[in-house]
Design a protein around this ligand. Structure first.
Ligand code: ZN
Ligand code: ZN
Length: 232
């Protein structure tokens, strides 16, 4: 079956995302936007993934469990898993490595943690836009050891894109690189390309997506499909 996938979506936990971004609202809007698979990828934190997983299951929406990690070089990197506990483990490591800088409510937004019934469980205390302690190579190794996909995010963007941060696209074992909807494929070099919306509000869900012709939504099947599109 063909999965039209958007794997880069922020929930209300991300301080830069709209508070309307609850897992339930995300799943409803994803359906309306014609998506068949989604991932929640909050900044440096996985605290809303358990609620997201329950809501996707309730609504029969295939999903991956993600996070957008900020590397020590301040490049954004998508970490995607098909098992919730593996994603939570990676999330603990990355969140745990963030500097002890509290969230700045005056400059950014709340970082609410919610359950599947949209009840407030608390707030992520550390400021989620900080850089983690993990370098890009360490992120790749750790995500792969936990069975996930490691994909530099929006590499064509000047802010927090890997090319803007390093000056070049490094030779790493990335499973793909992510371009924005208008991003130039030439920037991806030999790497497979995915496109996602990087939605921070409901209205942009599915404005960029990638289609995967696979039997089931698993990391292994996605990785094999991506490898087929690798260029020399
Ligand atoms: Zn980003
Ligand atoms: Zn993002």
């Amino acid at each position: 079956m063909i999965y039209r996938a958007d794997f880069h979506i922020h929930s209300c936990l991300s301080p830069c995302a709209s508070l309307e971004m609850s897992p339930t609202a995300i799943v409803r809007q994803a359906r309306a936007a014609g998506l068949d698979a989604i991932a929640l990828s909050d900044h440096n934190c996985t605290f809303n993934l358990p609620a997201f997983g329950k809501i996707c299951e309730r609504h029969g929406m295939p999903c991956l469990f993600g996070m957008e990690a900020t590397s020590a070089e301040e490049a954004h990197v998508l970490c995607l898993f098909d098992e919730l506990d593996k994603a939570m483990e990676m999330g603990e490591r990355v969140y745990g490595s963030l500097p002890p800088i509290p969230n700045r409510l005056d400059r950014f937004g709340d970082q609410p943690i919610i359950n599947e019934d949209e009840e407030l469980l608390g707030f992520a205390e550390k400021f989620l836009i900080s850089a983690s302690a993990y370098g890009i190579g360490e992120l790749v190794d750790q995500v792969h050891a936990l069975g996930g996909l490691c994909i530099p995010a929006h590499i064509d963007r000047q802010v927090f894109g890997i090319i803007a941060q390093l000056g070049f696209l490094p030779d790493e074992d990335f499973d793909a690189v992510e371009l924005t909807a208008a991003g130039d494929p030439a920037l991806a070099l030999h790497y497979p390309i995915v496109r996602n919306s990087d939605s921070h509000e409901l209205g942009t869900l599915g404005t960029a997506f990638t289609e995967f012709d696979i039997e089931a939504l698993t990391v292994d099947k996605i990785r094999s499909r991506l490898r087929e599109t690798q260029r020399d």
